[in-house]
Design a protein around this ligand. Structure first.
Ligand SMILES: [Zn+2]
Length: 93
């Protein structure tokens, strides 16, 4: 009999442990996390996750803070909109 193909992607490394829903969550997060993201400074797709919520560009060495597993989050976009609407300046500007 042919072996069944896995749907878990990178989370297949956990084998039979931790349960299906958790492994599907890990797969969904890691697909975004490991994909090269667009750098906000130079625009090239070379932004990689350095550590928790720290994103670094491999081309221009820019380091930015973002989401824990993705460079931008929906909450972060909403917060940025509030900051610009109310006229508050971002830290460092
Ligand atoms: Zn860059």
């Amino acid at each position: 009999m042919a072996r069944k193909k896995t749907k878990l992607g990178s989370a297949s490394r956990y084998g039979p442990r931790y349960g299906s829903p958790l492994k599907h969550q890990v797969r969904k997060i890691e697909e975004v996390q490991r994909r090269p993201q667009q750098c906000p400074q130079c625009g090239r797709k070379s932004l990689h996750r350095q550590s928790n919520s720290v994103w670094a560009c491999r081309k221009c060495n820019a380091v930015t803070a973002g989401g824990a597993y993705a460079p931008t989050t929906t909450i972060g976009i909403a917060a940025k909109r509030i900051v610009t609407k109310t006229g508050l300046k971002e830290v460092g500007e």
